[in-house]
Design a protein around this ligand. Structure first.
Ligand code: ADP
Ligand code: MG
Length: 728
């Protein structure tokens, strides 16, 4: 019986060495082979007559070899030429000269009198029409030719050890042997019309471009649908769990807002109310808060935590780096001490592999997965002293708190997840800079019983199509407005040769009292050599900026010292900070209005945008200077984007445009299957349709219990891997 799950090794006509090459690509069954989709197609339908002029579009021709010759030039170099003529020439027919340089074997394959098919670009060379290095085949049997030429021909992703031709030939034959090979439909008929067998056949060997396009759309929709079913199952799985309401009356929040030195923006108020609704609901919150750098996410996080604390729960606030955790901690102490909230800081200096995860471990299978764990964490927890002012809100608070001296808010690094200190009643976990945090880690957090509310925040702008994929299992809130009190950031790209002028400008700004970040790229923060380079760099900058005071910051400086350096800078005792990208996320010093980035072309656009977000945080006009000595076109196109826009989403779209397709999904982090045919950028609209279809199935049947939904249940389980048994 021919079935697509047939192992390729059972097909005796495939030579064994090819099986090995296929296996290296993960291709072991007929199905794997047939879902090794073409990357593109070439129009190799036969051209009606031989060309009389040149063309940029490659064309396919068939003719008779009338002459061959081998010429030498420049000593050992050889040109082999074959002249081809139309089978039924007319008065205007021109012969075509095919040329191959230094390809010894071609000469052995082509002889006068043979019929031959060629595919390439015709060029005028002197008076002759030539094709250099065309793809070709000598016609011995017409069927063989019809696989590779005289058609719209599939071109596969480059594969090591297998030529296009071999792969194409195998796929052709497998398609013939499995004419109706039992492809199960993936998507519902309302989304995909036509069956998968036909679409698969057509995508490899289409009869026309229209047919190719229809087949591709069906296959992409099926693929996207499968992915969105997985995402939707995660989403419905977590919201189906029992949660608790973690929302106080809001009195504490109101008091906090009144004490703020600024008004919340309308966007901040909007997202706070969205979060508040989730906190008050009985199901667990799983919400992503998106907002460009500097849009004011921290205040929103604090607002959410205050609502949870007021309801008598603890809140955890997790940041990706030590510096950031400490900065949050300082801010929280400053802002929340007047409200008598107990705050603690927990960070880990070192992380090691594996070990139990008492804090967030699932009851059923504690510590099953191999994960990082905070080793000897430095406990820097300081508990703010209680003042005697007992207002209504705090009285209520303390009445609810289980143990009076337990912290109500714990600030720490992401390692907090793995620390051996447990919360007695965690109600809300806020994760800052979510992009440094994988889906698996998030799952660990949400798996806790009873489920806490989870708010993840990110400033990494990603194109909207990606949001519904990577973060497709979350509800999304967006802060789409910057606080109004911001000075503009002016970004300028300058050649390294102009450093002198740039320095002159920076000095005038430093004299006005502004502060400066100098950023330079480091390949590996842990590298000893780089530490040396950093020190040398620092020496240079001290001289350049003299007499302004300058300090050095990099990842290898011990945490307490880092903290002191940041403090001095924050207080304005230092004028300039020479730093690696440890500065990248979240650091907030309003008076720092200057940034100079060395070798800017070595950074990615998204990272440059993040770095730039460190300035422009106060009322002053800010300047970001990108120094670059690179003359390549791509580098200047890339940096020009930053000169043109300060909007993170626009930067992200441009970045995507420039980088082209690639594994933007960060598949490992997102825990989603890699795409075989769909393209997140080009097929954004199809993704939207697939998502809507998947969501509507789960809305009607959240646990996929209806008989007609059983095949969808299988689809989800299959993608989850063997450990997964049921969606709900
Ligand atoms: P991010 O979203 O990048 O984390 P932050 O929360 O660090 O941004 O906020 C950046 C700066 O803007 C902070 O100094 C913060 O106090 C300030 N800020 C936040 N909200 C407002 C607002 N509504 N008006 C004025 N300043 C604000
Ligand atoms: Mg932040």
């Amino acid at each position: 019986m021919s079935n697509i799950s047939t192992k390729l090794e059972d097909l005796t006509w495939i030579p064994r060495p090819r099986l090995l090459a296929l296996r290296r690509l993960g291709i072991e069954t007929a199905e794997h082979l047939l879902t090794h989709f073409p990357r593109r197609h070439e129009d190799r339908t036969e051209f009606p007559q031989f060309p009389r002029e040149e063309s940029d579009v490659p064309i396919c021709l068939c003719g008779e070899v009338t002459k061959t010759s081998l010429r030498r030039f420049g000593g050992w170099k050889k040109i082999f030429e074959a002249t081809i003529e139309e089978s039924q020439p007319n008065a205007l027919s021109e012969p075509l000269v095919c040329r191959w340089f230094n390809l010894h074997y071609v000469q052995k394959m082509i002889a006068t009198g043979q019929r031959i098919v060629v595919f390439g670009r015709p060029r005028l060379r002197g008076k002759r029409i030539c094709m250099d290095h065309p793809e070709f085949e000598v016609i011995e049997n017409d069927e063989e030719i019809s696989i590779h030429f005289r058609r719209i021909t599939p071109i596969y992703p480059a594969t090591e050890g297998l030529s296009q031709r071999v792969l194409r030939g195998m796929i052709y034959r497998v398609l013939q042997e499995f004419p109706d090979a039992g492809w199960q439909p993936i998507a519902p008929p309302s989304l995909v019309s036509g069956d998968l067998s036909a679409a698969t056949r057509t995508i490899h060997f289409p009869e026309s471009w229209e047919a190719r396009n229809v087949a591709r759309e069906n296959l992409v929709l099926s693929e996207f649908f499968a992915m969105q079913m997985l995402i939707a199952s995660r989403r419905f799985k977590s919201s189906a769990r029992a949660g608790q309401a973690h929302c106080g009356s809001g009195a504490l929040l109101e008091k906090f807002s009144k004490g703020l030195p600024f008004e919340l923006t309308a966007a901040q108020a909007k997202v706070i109310s969205e979060i508040r609704r989730d906190l008050a609901a009985n199901y667990p919150m799983n919400r992503l808060l998106q907002g460009d750098v500097g849009s004011g996410k921290t205040v929103v996080a604090i607002a959410a935590m205050l609502l949870a604390v007021e309801a008598g729960y603890q809140a955890a606030f997790m940041a990706p780096t030590q510096i950031l955790a400490e900065q949050h901690y300082e801010l929280l102490r400053r802002w929340l001490e007047p409200l008598d909230i107990r705050i603690a800081l927990r960070t880990a200096a070192r992380q090691e592999e594996s070990g139990p995860l008492p804090l967030f471990a699932q009851k059923e299978n504690p510590g099953k997965a191999r994960v990082q764990r905070a080793g000897d964490g430095i406990l820097l927890s300081r508990v703010s002293k209680s003042s005697s002012s007992q207002n209504a809100a705090t009285r209520r608070l303390q009445a609810c708190a289980p143990q009076t001296n337990e912290p109500q808010i714990v600030v720490g690094t992401h390692a907090l997840l793995y620390e051996s200190v447990s919360f007695s009643n965690l109600g809300l976990a806020v994760i800052d800079e979510q992009h440094k945090f994988g889906v698996a880690q998030r799952a660990r957090l949400t798996a806790r019983e009873p489920a806490p509310d989870v708010l993840v925040m990110t400033a990494t702008p990603i194109p909207r199509t990606l949001t519904m994929t990577i973060y497709g299992d979350l509800d999304v809130s967006t802060i789409d407005e910057m606080p109004g009190n911001r000075g503009k950031i002016i970004t300028a790209v300058r050649d390294t040769a102009k450093l002198g002028e740039v320095l002159g400008f920076l000095r005038t700004q430093l004299e006005k009292g502004r502060q400066l970040y100098v950023i330079y790229p480091l390949i590996d923060e842990s590298d000893k050599l780089d530490v040396k380079a950093a020190a040398a760099e620092y020496g240079l900058w001290r001289d350049r900026l003299h007499p302004f005071r300058c300090e050095l910051l990099h990842g290898r400086i011990p945490a307490p010292e880092k903290q002191l350096i940041m403090d001095r800078f924050r207080r304005g005792e230092t004028n300039a900070l020479v730093s690696t990208t440890v500065l990248e996320v979240g650091v907030d010093v309003a008076n720092a209005a200057l940034m100079l980035i060395e070798n800017a072309e070595r950074f990615g656009l998204a990272q440059l945008h993040q770095l730039r977000g460190r300035i422009g945080r106060g009322e002053h006009k800010s300047y970001c200077i990108l120094l670059s000595s690179s003359e390549t076109k791509e580098a200047s196109a890339k940096l020009a984007v930053l000169e043109q826009t300060a909007n993170g989403f626009e930067v992200a779209e441009a970045d995507w445009e420039l980088r082209g397709p690639g594994d933007l999904l960060g598949t490992a982090q997102s825990g989603l299957p890699a795409l075989k045919i769909g393209d997140l950028k080009r097929d954004a609209e199809l993704m939207r349709r697939a998502r809507a279809a998947a969501m509507s199935i789960f809305e009607r049947d959240p646990c996929l219990e209806l008989p007609e939904n059983q095949r969808f249940l299988h689809l989800v389980v299959e993608q989850q891997g063997p450990s997964y048994s049921h969606v709900s």
